[in-house]
Write a new protein. Structure first.
Length: 412
């Protein structure tokens, strides 16, 4: 019996959520301040009846910024709203909202958000490839990428970004003028949630203009809703729209492109191809697609978004993303790269059987890397010297923790 797509999406959501939440009490969910405003937002709204964080400042709390005598989040506020349901349930059940419980609840919220992105990603991918390919690549997306090892572990901006992008891709790939117009709404929220996502959203908007002109104006109207909310928040809380709802830009793009790209792709502690070697095949499929841009305009738009985002973070002053696991900063590229992996499989790789062992090894290595990230990271300090060390890098240190945990459970 053939299972309906909607039920398959629900099953993939449930499976992902179960894995993300498994053994959650022993998982690390702090993020060095990056997730603190999202964890505090429901309490700040309850206490201050606004989006100010007055009364929650701490000495050296660089994640807050003083504006006109008020404490304002240095990070976009959208992720914090996803914590409201979990906090409300906790209040109802009498769970104290101290630091430890806030971190746990935020991790649960992040897991639900990321698992929801898995479901919508499957719906999007099944519009482009055969069902069995869509299922296999959705499992890669869920368990062999930073969706599991980063986005599902705390309320970063990455989980909501994945959800907004997955919903938008599902709407775009349906091809109906109404759904294409509606995709502007989640794409707009993707930018509000993480402004750098504009490098992904802009090429997709150009695709809509090029191939679906009648839907373009409704698309822009839908996108204008979150854009207006971001403008209002920026003006009201920061005093200027140019902040885009976060810390004002400083000398953040002082990095060198060459070392930055090398680090983002092949660093032993951060490299995209090291932590998910399957994406080597995604890049091969992307290059083949970009050679004929008119043939696949939606894929071309995705490829442009991937390259633009990669170049921007190569110029970022800390391309390694601080204390985190793997290629955290490139997490928003995961849906696009996984789509290219699926397209590449059906168009190029499936008929080349000599690639099967390489694909199998890459799959196992990808799953192993993000298993380590989900259950054992972080594995060492934010030491830039470790970024290029295979012996003392993130994967090596996490493998050591995994081995030690395994030995401790063996019978003596």
């Amino acid at each position: 019996m053939r299972i309906a797509r909607g039920w398959l999406a629900l099953l993939l959501f449930a499976l992902s959520l179960f894995v993300y939440l498994y053994n959650y009490r022993y998982r690390f969910w702090g993020a060095g301040g990056d997730t603190t405003p999202a964890e505090l937002l429901p309490l700040a709204m309850e206490r201050n009846h606004s989006l100010y964080f007055d009364g929650f400042e701490q000495p050296g709390a660089w994640w807050f910024h003083r504006v006109n005598g008020h404490a304002v989040s240095g990070y976009p506020i959208v992720p914090g709203f996803f914590n409201i349901p979990a906090y409300a349930i906790a209040r109802w059940r009498g769970v104290p909202l101290d630091s430890a419980h806030r971190s746990m609840l935020s991790m649960i919220s992040a897991s639900v958000v990321t698992a929801a992105s898995v479901a919508f990603f499957f719906l999007a991918l099944s519009n482009l490839v055969q069902r069995r390919t869509a299922i296999a690549c959705t499992l890669v997306y869920a368990f062999a990428t930073t969706a599991m090892s980063v986005a599902a572990r705390g309320m970063w901006q990455h989980g909501p970004s994945l959800l907004f992008l997955a919903i938008a891709l599902w709407l775009l790939t349906r091809g109906d003028p109404r759904t294409i117009a509606l995709s502007g709404l989640p794409l707009g929220f993707a930018v509000f949630n993480r402004p750098v996502n504009v490098l992904i959203v802009a090429p997709l908007a150009m695709y809509v203009l090029w191939r679906h002109r009648r839907a373009f104006i409704p698309f822009c109207v839908a996108a204008a809703i979150p854009a207006a909310l971001m403008a209002w928040y920026s003006i009201h809380y920061w005093g200027t729209v140019t902040t885009l709802g976060q810390y004002p830009s400083g000398d953040w793009f002082s990095g060198r492109i060459g070392p930055g790209i090398a680090g983002l792709l092949v660093s032993p502690s951060r490299g995209l191809f090291v932590f998910t070697p399957l994406f080597l095949f995604s890049f091969a499929a992307m290059i083949a697609t970009l050679r004929h841009p008119a043939r696949d305009p939606l894929l071309t738009a995705m490829g442009i978004g991937i390259l633009a985002t990669l170049l921007l973070y190569a110029k970022w002053y800390s391309w390694w993303g601080g204390t985190s696991f793997g290629y955290r900063l490139l997490t928003e590229l995961v849906p696009l790269l996984t789509i290219f992996l699926a397209i590449g499989w059906e168009r190029f790789f499936a008929v080349r059987r000599f690639l099967y062992p390489l694909l199998g090894i890459a799959t196992v290595l990808s799953l192993y890397a993000h298993f380590l990230g989900a259950f054992f990271a972080p594995c060492g300090p934010d030491d830039q010297q470790r970024l290029w060390s295979w012996r003392n890098g993130e994967l090596a240190q996490c493998s050591g923790k995994f081995a030690a945990r395994t030995r401790s459970h063996l019978p003596r």
